[in-house]
Design a protein. Sequence first.
Lengths: 311, 311, 282, 282
Amino acid sequence: MSFDYSASLGNTRFENPIFTASGCASSGRELSQFFDIRQLGAIVTKSIMVKPRSGRATPRMAETPSGMLNSIGLQGPGVDIFLEKDIPWLLEQNVPTVVSIAGESVEDYAVLARKMRGISGLKALEVNISCPNVENRGQVFACNSTTARAAIEAVRRNIGGELPIIAKLTPDVTNIVEIAEEVVAAGADGLALINTVLGMVIDTNTMRPKLAGKTGGLSGPAIRPVAVRAIYQVHAALPHVSILGMGGVSNGRDALELILAGASAVSIGTANFGNPSATMLVKRELEELLISKGFSSLKEAVGYAHRAEQL
Amino acid sequence: MSFDYSASLGNTRFENPIFTASGCASSGRELSQFFDIRQLGAIVTKSIMVKPRSGRATPRMAETPSGMLNSIGLQGPGVDIFLEKDIPWLLEQNVPTVVSIAGESVEDYAVLARKMRGISGLKALEVNISCPNVENRGQVFACNSTTARAAIEAVRRNIGGELPIIAKLTPDVTNIVEIAEEVVAAGADGLALINTVLGMVIDTNTMRPKLAGKTGGLSGPAIRPVAVRAIYQVHAALPHVSILGMGGVSNGRDALELILAGASAVSIGTANFGNPSATMLVKRELEELLISKGFSSLKEAVGYAHRAEQL
Amino acid sequence: MNKFAEQVVAEVVSNKRVGAYHHMVLSVGDLANHAKPGNFVAISVGGAGSSMVLRRAFAIYRATGRESGVGYIELVVAPHGQGSTWLTSRSAGDGVDLVGPLGTAFGIPTQPVRALLVGGGYGSAPLFGLSEVLKSRGCRVDMVLGASSAMKIYAPLEGKRSVNSLTITTDDGSTGIPGKVSDVIPELIENNQIDIIYSCGPMGMLEAITKIAVEKDVMHQCAIEESMACGIGICMTCVLPIKGEDGVIRMLRSCIDGPVVNGENVIWDSNREIPEGTWGAL
Amino acid sequence: MNKFAEQVVAEVVSNKRVGAYHHMVLSVGDLANHAKPGNFVAISVGGAGSSMVLRRAFAIYRATGRESGVGYIELVVAPHGQGSTWLTSRSAGDGVDLVGPLGTAFGIPTQPVRALLVGGGYGSAPLFGLSEVLKSRGCRVDMVLGASSAMKIYAPLEGKRSVNSLTITTDDGSTGIPGKVSDVIPELIENNQIDIIYSCGPMGMLEAITKIAVEKDVMHQCAIEESMACGIGICMTCVLPIKGEDGVIRMLRSCIDGPVVNGENVIWDSNREIPEGTWGAL
Ligand SMILES: Cc1cc2nc3c(=O)[nH]c(=O)nc-3n(C[C@H](O)[C@H](O)[C@H](O)COP(=O)(O)OP(=O)(O)OC[C@H]3O[C@@H](n4cnc5c(N)ncnc54)[C@H](O)[C@@H]3O)c2cc1C
Ligand SMILES: Cc1cc2nc3c(=O)[nH]c(=O)nc-3n(C[C@H](O)[C@H](O)[C@H](O)COP(=O)(O)OP(=O)(O)OC[C@H]3O[C@@H](n4cnc5c(N)ncnc54)[C@H](O)[C@@H]3O)c2cc1C
Ligand SMILES: Cc1cc2nc3c(=O)[nH]c(=O)nc-3n(C[C@H](O)[C@H](O)[C@H](O)COP(=O)(O)O)c2cc1C
Ligand SMILES: Cc1cc2nc3c(=O)[nH]c(=O)nc-3n(C[C@H](O)[C@H](O)[C@H](O)COP(=O)(O)O)c2cc1C
Ligand code: FES
Ligand code: FES
């Protein structure tokens, strides 16, 4: 019996469910020397903004127990150069590509969506709304249902066509289900869960915050229980909305945990730093695990932890 | 030159800043076979409720990378038996004691505060408002400024006397500073930061949530960056309110990190499970570190990471 | 609460593979002199920089060398997950952080009785020490060991010598009688006129034995194995519903009120819920 | 991006303590044949179950054994925090997960020139291999090594032999000239008519050398050490402001656009802020 490893997000089909996480694979070139990146379910690009950005001052990272903090500050070339250089390369390589976009204002999201509209060959758009909203006291879009909704609506209105919109949420909210419901109502086809958790490390030598940006985003295995919880809660509330799960996945067992909680596909972030071929390891191990447990397709396993208690 | 290791929370002085964390030292007896518990800055008791409680079903715990999940569900004998058995023993032993209380309704908090009023010898009252409010769809008190405020007001009105009230907050909110401001306005003398982070583990063998209660609280080194961030943010906004810091502290360096962020004292939770004498290790190492850095008192170091950049 | 508990750095004296298990000898000093059959130890795993924050509990297989300051504890460890695999890869000379002895011990009858000892998997570990004590008190000791397959039967030669009879069962029939220990116990109780059963192994096995013991009206002490975060009574994770002398069910800590408990007092069929009528249940 | 980079399990061949450092030899296969002076490797630390999720970068001290399939890489490791302490406690026969060679290499002049090699602490590591290459091209090589104290000067005998002169400075004067390397460089440049400086060490030292090099108008290539999460160009944590040929300042990744860069192109005085005028700065 052949095993069906394909994954779906919204209406889009992917050969397999293992993606890179935004900001953790640059634009794909760097990883391609370690494995054939066409083997990925998709590359999710770093979040691209309207203008070029030099990002935050350094130091930008601190290792933490089973995790790390980063405050890259979305360094990148801006959407125009990105569309000119990175996207053609990825499409030429025939790598399934999900573009991540990030804005500082609702208008930014509209502009970015319009720019993506013309690009044929993209598989989906991940909308990172975990960025500070310069029009609203720097509060993160995804921290508030009104701003989260506005950003996703702007994308929905401007994207046109069939490209699925995946809204990426932060776990740093009182009620993630509420935000999820709001962005789905605003037109998101899927949800990416979770972005990093806000944290800080103080360097006990200098006795100041270790990161130049003071706070940073916590990622890696340390936050996996938070990711599993968020995915489980949102899948319970919105069982028909596809979830791209992420947070601390570094092997097949971890990926299975997110799938059972309700993720339809899984992104690998921090694990790439420790192991450049982490995605290929996860891909292989997850498939083996699913088969050994008797599933005939990945999709059967999605949300399987929610099934009713057998009595 | 002698080093002043004493700590203050509100108007209360403690010999040293190292406490046990609520729920992680039972009522003190069990640890007393490993060290002299009078050496603690204080014992913080498990959170006590109005009625006896058997807690949640098992399994109640799952180990996670650099942390653990628990869902004890506040198992305990109820306040009357607690006051009859545990408190007299602690006071007899001359252990500085902080009682933690937890309620399911605003009225519960009022009742518990009245019960504590008569007990002389207590050092402070920790008010755990990270419990589900049965009158409000099971939402956690500390997740909402209105309910957080109501619980603390109920304690303030009923406690009388000088006993400092320390409100214990959950990090699982969009804006912890807002909740902190609210409970301080309601009469809290200090804040305990942080309670556990909501998480979940799925057992990939049974393919169901590992804990009987499904979700649980994440604690241990994994969450330290979240604790440091919360303490730093709250200390920046409310520099005159004392903070009892906790979250993933297992050695002197970790405790120093929380102190530099703004904690006036530090509770040790999960580390006791891995090392029954963790508190004594932290106490010794922190003092050595503070002295080696040239501080003449613990208090000088509190919030030291906030000092202006030297140019 | 075991009042002899202390925290020591134990030196690994030897580590030998035996079937599916590792037999490990640790030098622990005086602590060994206080260890009783049924007690366990809790060991830190993973070393500095480990992501594992909790200790692992292991039943004491034997405690030897009873002179002041010198003492050894022996364990039977199944390399299972990350923690036990780390432990079984320690070499002679390595140090491990150990807390013990912990928990309750098997109750030893003052009169010579006829005892049946039942172990499942590495659950046989504490039974050999127990058997020695019982024999020294003039008891007759019969033993049943069960496991999924032959590799998982831990029954060292010197252990076998200390019992009057040894029956082995395996699920796959690879050695001994095919089946479960519970299949052979009723007959052994009859034939050997058993007064008391001591057991250690998976919860399902202990439950099955309790049922037989109640039916046949013999006493039954079992060492349970609940997942433990601290092992010393401070975390409340290891609880299970146990009926007290007063008839009230309480969620008791298996690390300090156990691991050895009277089988008939355990509410086995709670299906991991809080049974109705439990003291304090809401 | 170093197109030869690959991920291998390297076997520890030897691990010897030398002063404050460990000299480690790793068997890495073909990878060694592509390693150039200035390149580094990134090693997983802590083993299975470790709480350390990131690799640690180490400059390649030497790469030897240039035949197909067999190759060795040598490192000089200072046991500092948890990661490097774990590495320096590996024994011969242990395997470590290694990615390399990574990063840019020192540029080798096509003409014989007069080179001054300056190393701080373990920063001397890549300079001995560089020195061999330069000598083989007919260059004159002078070397300055500095550290806080004698124990932290890494200058093995065979290394010393490969240079024309070796000057040592220590902050505490415990060996060599008391003071900083920057105190002695100007005179060495003059006396030996230096054409190019190669340096490796702490950022403060590299900045000071850049200043001297600019003043004296000699070329200066330095290997920088920014804190790195991935080492392969995918995380953007290791950036620093570097002025390009086009005069534009960009935040470049020191793991793939470095570690070897032209000292004069680095904006040293940015005080870890984004310098004004940096491309894309907001
Ligand atoms: C009182 C007691 C006595 C024990 N005696 C022995 C013994 O003699 N020999 C032996 O090999 N093992 C024994 N165990 C089991 C042992 O403590 C470990 O749980 C087991 O080795 C698995 O740990 P791990 O790190 O390898 O597995 P992991 O699966 O990585 O463990 C993860 C977590 O789950 C817990 N856990 C996993 N399986 C069990 C289990 N079956 N029971 C309780 N907790 C579990 C672990 O303690 C840990 O916190 C005993 C447990 C208890 C409570
Ligand atoms: C290009 C490059 C070459 C290096 N070459 C050598 C070498 O040849 N020999 C050697 O001993 N060390 C070298 N290092 C430093 C080494 O990578 C480790 O940072 C150092 O060993 C400390 O790691 P730790 O785990 O012991 O310390 P920890 O303090 O526990 O490290 C914690 C984290 O901080 C980072 N970090 C700490 N100190 C530094 C530092 N000075 N620079 C960059 N990151 C740091 C670590 O990478 C890690 O992520 C080099 C670093 C880089 C970037
Ligand atoms: C260095 C770094 C950079 C990141 N950059 C982005 C980004 O540009 N856009 C985004 O949506 N998420 C970004 N993230 C978050 C990840 O995509 C991912 O959501 C998070 O790290 C959790 O997954 P992990 O634990 O597998 O890393 C970044 C994470 C890291 C560690
Ligand atoms: C097993 C367990 C039980 C706990 N019980 C309580 C409790 O009763 N009341 C409370 O306020 N916090 C409780 N906590 C939270 C701790 O007091 C502490 O806030 C949290 O664990 C973070 O600290 P740590 O990382 O040092 O454990 C409990 C934590 C654990 C792990
Ligand atoms: S294991 Fe902690 S109370 Fe029993
Ligand atoms: S270390 Fe990750 S980009 Fe350089």
